[in-house]
Design a protein. Structure first.
Length: 126
């Protein structure tokens, strides 16, 4: 099965040995995106809401590089360092979808790269 690497300069470059996304058959596996500004490489200021917004914009850029949008997403996983942020992140997350929502998991984690508060990964159909 053919595997294609997806890259865009409109989302942060990987900080480790992984790709922004891989297209495998008719599925797209997007690596987790954090609230990192792709222009500066720094975590955005403004708290969890600002980070969640940047996460979703980064994910949108990766999806777009593969020729799809949020309407193609079938599964996401949200990682939070503080479950008290659930409602705020949920509001931002939900604003990027219209109609049907993907399946989703939300989990609490001890820490995220660069001291971030939220990370989201996605699987989309092509």
């Amino acid at each position: 099965m053919l595997v294609d690497k997806i890259e865009t300069g409109h989302a942060p470059r990987p900080i480790g040995p992984y790709n922004q996304a891989l297209r495998v058959g008719d599925l797209l596996f997007c690596s987790g995106q954090t609230g990192t500004d792709p222009a500066t490489g720094a975590l955005v200021a403004g708290g969890v809401r600002a980070q969640a917004e940047r996460v979703m914009l980064n994910l949108k850029a990766v999806l777009s590089a593969a020729g799809v949008g949020f309407e193609h997403v079938v599964k996401t996983t949200i990682f939070l360092t503080n479950m008290d942020d659930f409602n705020e992140v949920n509001a931002v997350y939900g604003s990027f979808f219209s109609g049907d929502y993907p399946a989703r998991s939300t989990v609490a984690v001890a820490a995220l790269p660069k001291g971030g508060s939220v990370e989201i990964e996605a699987i989309a159909r092509l």
